[in-house]
Design a protein around this ligand. Structure first.
Ligand code: F6R
Ligand code: MG
Ligand code: MG
Length: 367
């Protein structure tokens, strides 16, 4: 082989069925039609059409590298085609994530989220693609920390000689538009100062130290910062390569046995547990949630994705779902009060400033 493979996961919400809970089957079949055409024309090697909640994910392999104009243009046009179907069916928020009128160059700042990795395919290449709905890119911070830096999660960090040196984490500051690389475990505490604030600092990629190879990547777009107004949460994606010197499949899945609290849920304005679910349960319904994540396991061969496995369908995740539902009940009882509702700084990215503006003249000086 020798020639590098690129795995691109590009996602968008171009219309919900019903409200923001799922995607109509006709949008999914239109997406599949476009993907099949791209494969037949040789633009991509293989594809799988992913979905979580009201988001469609194009999972594609090709040899054009990350940020490729033709790949991004194809994704944009596919989402436009699905938007047309959404409009014809009166789907909710048709075209919601297509923030620009026309495609120009690549998808940066245009609405759709994407995570792309380029690598030399190993003899056997197990990869897990995670798709989340009703949350934001920082939702991956805690799982990535556990997978690649926490020996209580990943025993391989201690007993696999190929992992013992640790990993490098690239962290993006979504407000200042800066990035920094931390070498772990030496810089664990530096890493945690930042990624413990997932609304601003997001782990973008993780790299092997010895070879510099990419081990994981996330989508880090925040729609608010692009649109300048609230247009929903960013519903992020993540890809993790596994085994042979990288975390085992079970080590990559283990963090999700604890449904940690993330920002998102109803109106993108609440904390809620990130519930790992099977593909058949990827429909956020209660209070537009709770936030959820699906995992697709692939075993690549010559760039072909093969048949994906539904990794969270396993019974061993039933307990996590139960904990998540209990946490959801507990948090919901707080109604409009923090910390269920997001803190004021985060609410600034919602429609709340308009309400505040209306009331501003009612405030008079006190004391
Ligand atoms: C959260 C989300 C939904 C909507 C809510 C209100 O990311 O998508 O919870 O925010 O259903 O939607 P609109 O404002 O479109 O009526
Ligand atoms: Mg939506
Ligand atoms: Mg969504």
């Amino acid at each position: 082989m020798g020639e590098k493979i690129t795995l691109s996961i590009i996602k968008a919400d171009v219309g919900g069925w019903v409200g923001h809970s799922s995607v109509h089957p006709d949008l999914l079949s239109k997406t599949e039609e476009c993907l099949e055409n791209a494969k037949n024309q040789g633009l991509i090697i293989d594809y799988h059409r992913g979905k979580v909640g009201d988001d469609i994910a194009l999972i594609m392999t090709h040899r054009h590298g990350p940020d490729n104009e033709n790949i991004h243009k194809f994704a944009w046009e596919t989402f436009e085609a699905a938007t047309e179907v959404a409009k014809s069916l009166g789907q909710y928020g048709a075209g919601q994530d297509l923030l620009s009128d026309a495609f120009s160059g690549n998808l940066r700042g245009m609405g759709p989220g994407y995570a792309e990795i380029e690598f030399e395919e190993r003899t056997s290449e197990p990869v897990i693609v995670f798709l989340a709905d009703k949350t934001e890119p920082g939702a991956w911070n805690m799982p990535l920390y556990k997978i690649f830096a926490d020996p209580f999660n990943t025993i391989g960090l201690i007993i696999d000689p190929k992992m013992h040196q640790g990993f490098n984490f690239e962290v993006d500051d979504l407000i200042e538009h800066k990035k920094v690389v931390f070498s772990c475990p030496e810089e664990l505490y530096n890493l945690l100062i930042f990624i413990g604030a997932p609304g601003r600092f997001v782990v973008k990629s993780v790299f092997r130290k010895d070879t510099g190879e990419v081990a994981a990547a996330t989508s880090t777009q925040r729609l608010f910062f692009m649109a300048g107004r609230y247009v929903g949460k960013d519903d992020p994606v993540m890809v993790v390569r596994c085994q042979s010197g990288l975390p085992a499949v079970g080590e990559a899945l283990e963090p999700f046995a604890f449904p940690h609290l993330v920002a998102g849920w109803m109106r993108g304005s609440h904390h809620g547990p990130l519930m790992p679910v099977s593909w058949c349960d990827d429909t956020p319904t209660r209070f537009d949630g709770p936030p959820r994540v699906v995992a697709l396991g692939f075993q690549l061969k010559d760039g072909n994705l093969g048949t994906p496995r539904d990794m969270f369908a396993d019974k061993s995740y039933d307990k996590a779902r139960e904990i998540a539902l209990n946490a959801a009940d507990y948090l919901r009882r707080h109604g409009p009060f923090e910390p269920h509702r997001l803190p004021l700084e985060e609410m600034e990215y919602t429609t709340m400033p308009e309400v505040m503006e209306k009331l501003k003249d009612r405030f008079i000086k006190s004391g």
